[in-house]
Design a protein around this ligand. Structure first.
Ligand code: FE2
Length: 507
């Protein structure tokens, strides 16, 4: 696919000083003055916005990128730590040539990965690339190599490293796509022909066990699947957990002993699907909200009923005696997954950080609010996934809460926006690194310092918009000096739209 991509698209290459000069101009003017690289066959709706009553996920901080850029020797304000050797990758939905922005659903935008290569104190390059599904290759005038898999989609939700590969991930059906080191799409990836059907975007990698875990769902299944990929890189065990009504399960949690399955009452709506709904999943009031605890080795799932919320993202989880601790972000119920874009609003309030203490002996779940300020995209030091953590990191972006806010919902705290947050769960304290209005800070990813011993000895990397420059920076913070000046701001040639999730891929 790589060679075809190169021959069928004209990518914009900005180098050295040329880039430095272009970046400033490109920010204020948009990127239209430069020749597009890969570009939609029909113009994207992003340029100039879409007007009143339009889709908030197509405008402002969300406006899709229209070009694939390549830039070398990026300008850095500050100093990139020399031990950062690898790539910071983050993906998100980036609509390509859609006809009616109002009918477009943000979550279904074609995935675009934005990456920065750091090495030896330098920012070697920035690249952004659409994931080449069959639809994307068609829209870009390219040829899809090989057979198109069922449920094909340009995975837009997460991008992770796994045993030397880079995988773009999607829930609910599509196979992962494997990317090369320069973000070109290679092929669908099925874990050496062992993954049969749907996967998840929110895997959990247990570093100590060298196991990759997933909980997958699919509209026609009468169950959800816990999938364990062992150290050989193959699916070693699949446990089918009977669950009625085909719920949507965006995330789950993993401890050393258990898989925590979150059965949110958002279920597949066949009638909506037949009527052509883009996201045929509805909030189902008739259904309880449940948390399931499944032994990692398989067996039966023990269910606990909890008050309905929208369980958004897991920060981390661990075992504590006879209890399971789960830290996560949630939104108030009901949450309308099919909302904005082809229906009404999505949320009835902004997300906050919560903790469940699942007491397995007493058979009950205690829910507590860790921080009620609006925040999302919780992350932890990845080496501690499924083990006890002390620190967690979240992001708050005003544009995100505005897009999700409803007329009857709780308005977000306008004083608490455009920031990254470090949570100390032991002391129940937070540190807040604030950015200016319009910063649209995205998911913070922790990268350990070389030789680190302490949990928070490392860096936080995140794409943050620079409103003055009109373009996005890769911001690098010291996790132990969280409120101090960024160690570095790497200036990218364009804007990275607010999106979903990503990873540090160490070289
Ligand atoms: Fe997510």
């Amino acid at each position: 696919m790589t060679s075809q991509t190169t021959s069928h698209t004209r990518r914009r290459i900005l180098q050295g000083a040329t880039f430095a000069a272009a970046a400033g101009a490109a920010g204020g003017l948009g990127l239209g003055r430069y020749a597009p690289a890969a570009r939609a066959a029909t113009p994207g709706p992003a340029a100039g916005g879409t007007g009143a009553g339009s889709n908030p996920f197509m405008e402002g901080a969300f406006a899709p990128a229209t070009d694939e850029l390549t830039a070398f020797d990026l300008k850095v304000v500050g100093r990139v730590p020399r031990d950062l050797n690898g790539r910071f990758l983050r993906t998100g939905p980036n609509a390509l040539g859609i006809e009616d922005p109002r009918a477009h659903h943000w979550m279904l935008g074609d995935g675009m990965v934005h990456g920065v290569r750091l090495r030896g104190g330098r920012a070697e390059w920035y690249r952004n690339r659409w994931v080449r599904s069959s639809q994307v290759t068609k829209k870009l005038g390219e040829t899809y190599p090989g057979e198109v898999p069922p449920d094909d989609f340009a995975c837009n939700t997460h991008v992770i490293p796994y045993k030397g590969r880079v995988l773009a991930l999607q829930e609910g059906g599509p196979l992962p796509y494997e990317l090369d080191g320069e973000l070109n799409t290679l092929r669908p990836y099925d874990f050496r022909a062992t993954l049969k059907g749907a996967f998840t975007a929110h895997t959990k990698y247990d570093a100590a066990a060298d196991e990759l875990h997933a909980v997958a769902y699919y509209p026609t299944w009468d169950h959800v699947r816990h999938i364990m990929i062992d150290r050989t890189g193959r699916v070693a065990r699949t446990t089918e957990v009977p669950v009625p009504d085909a719920p949507m399960m965006h995330d789950f949690a993993l401890t050393e002993k258990y898989v925590v399955i979150v059965d949110v009452p958002i279920t597949f709506d066949a009638a909506a699907a037949e009527a052509g709904a883009l996201v045929p999943y509805i909030w189902n009031d008739k259904r309880p909200m449940r948390v399931g605890v499944l032994p990692r080795a398989g067996g039966s799932t023990r269910w606990f009923e909890v008050d309905p919320i929208y369980y958004s993202h897991t920060l981390n989880a661990y075992d504590q005696g006879e209890s399971v601790i789960v830290d996560f972000t949630s939104m108030p119920a009901p949450f309308h997954a099919a909302g904005r874009g082809n229906g009404g609003p999505s949320a009835t309030g902004a997300p906050a950080l919560d903790r469940w203490t699942i007491d397995l002996r007493a058979g009950r779940v205690r829910s507590s609010r860790v921080d009620d300020r609006p925040q999302e995209f919780p992350r932890v030091n990845e080496s501690l996934v499924s083990r006890r953590h002390r620190y967690g990191y979240t992001a708050s972006a005003a544009a995100m809460w505005t897009a999700y806010e409803t007329v009857d919902g709780v308005p977000p705290d306008t004083k608490f926006t455009n920031c990254l947050v470090k949570h100390d769960m032991l002391r129940s304290t937070q540190q807040v690194h604030r950015f200016p209005k319009g910063a649209a800070a995205s998911e913070p990813v922790f990268v350990p310092r070389r030789g680190a011993r302490d949990e928070d000895d490392g860096y936080i990397v995140s794409y943050v918009n620079d409103p003055d420059r009109g373009a996005t920076d890769l911001v690098i913070l010291s996790a132990q000096d969280f409120t101090g000046r960024p160690l570095a701001r790497v200036q990218l040639p364009g804007r990275v739209p607010l999106g979903f999730h990503g990873s540090w891929v160490a070289a």
